[in-house]
Design a protein around this ligand. Structure first.
Ligand code: SAM
Length: 304
């Protein structure tokens, strides 16, 4: 991009505005004010965003900016910003760029030296995570996996490698047509794990299914039809060393990791008055393992 901003110019700002994921009331005062005040709204689908704008009596003009035209919009946006006009970027739902278009625009506009400011708000991944009852201290946002089964399995195997040493909760977006297949594939590749499915969050038929992957799968398979928007949250499981897919070399690494943790626990218990819960917290942060697992190890060492 040849254009670079000179410091003397009064340039506009691009606001990245989060919008509701269902319930139109889930929008911040600042988002509404920003959408009213900017000169132009770049929307993933102008007809979809028109409903939100009309609900809040916002008459700012909107222009489309979606996956297949966002690159061609960059010059126009830079021209507007350089003329001092403010812009807002919105997607159909939630936070733009989160499994939504906008990355190319934001990259080009920040590279060109313009100010880009987020107006935070709903995001299906974060909303669901907050009620998942799964660990939230570390999570991996996977988003949509491939529709092609071979590639999807490869992606899941890759994820499994990452999760072996990092007990993060994994977050998947999926369509109603493929949610069952996705759960089946995760069960095959990663084994049965604690999970939650959030369906139609903030909407009339909102629903949360918690349990192991196999329980959730069974519940979904009993349904005559599966409709709505889904987010799947998969916990790391409480005993990764028992995971059927962890091979001998991995088990050895884990054993030596746990040996090191046990030594740490013994030395801390001998040398300080630290509370069990504080020690579990500190070590779970240090090794990125579940606090409950470490807590149980401390109790078992204390009882010896
Ligand atoms: N940018 C959005 C965000 O911040 O969450 C995500 C957009 S992505 C194209 C759409 C996917 O998000 C859906 O297929 C579904 O997986 C998830 N999603 C969006 N709204 C949802 C809702 N109300 N309930 C459950 N899942 C939702």
């Amino acid at each position: 991009m040849p254009f670079m901003l000179s410091k003397s110019q009064q340039s506009g700002i691009l606001y990245v505005v989060a919008t509701p994921i269902g319930n139109l009331e889930d929008i911040t005062f600042r988002a509404i004010r920003t959408l009213k005040e900017v000169n132009l709204i770049a929307a993933e689908d102008t007809r979809h965003t028109a409903k939100l704008l009309s609900h809040y009596q916002i008459d700012t003009p909107a222009i489309s900016c979606y996956e297949h035209n966002e690159e061609s919009r960059i010059d126009l946006f830079i021209e507007k910003l350089s003329q001092g006009f403010d812009l807002a970027l919105v997607s159909d739902a939630g936070t733009p760029l989160i499994s939504d278009p906008g990355y190319k625009v934001i990259k080009a506009i920040t590279d060109a030296g313009f100010k880009v400011i987020p107006i935070p708000g709903p995001c299906a991944a974060i909303a669901g995570l907050s009620v998942s009852a799964l660990p939230t201290n570390s999570f991996i946002f996977v988003g949509f996996v491939s529709r092609k089964q071979g590639k999807r399995i490869a992606e899941l195997k890759n994820l499994l490698q990452t999760l072996k040493y990092n007990q993060s909760t994994a977050i998947f977006y999926e369509s109603p047509h493929r949610i069952v297949k996705l759960i089946e594939d995760i069960l095959d590749v990663m084994g049965d794990r604690p999970a939650m499915v959030a369906r139609e969050m903030t909407k009339h038929y909102e629903e949360y299914l918690r349990g192991n992957l196999s329980d959730i799968l069974e519940k979904l398979q009993l349904r005559a039809s599966i409709k709505g928007e889904f987010v799947l949250f998969v916990g790391s499981g409480s005993n990764i060393a028992m995971d059927k897919s962890v091979d001998k070399a991995d088990t050895d690494i884990l054993e030596s990791l746990y040996d090191e943790i046990d030594k740490n626990i013994i030395s801390e218990l001998e040398s300080s008055e630290i509370k069990t819960s504080s020690l579990a917290k500190a070590l779970s942060h240090k090794y990125n393992l579940s606090r409950q697992d470490i807590y149980n190890r401390i109790l078992s060492i204390q009882s010896k």
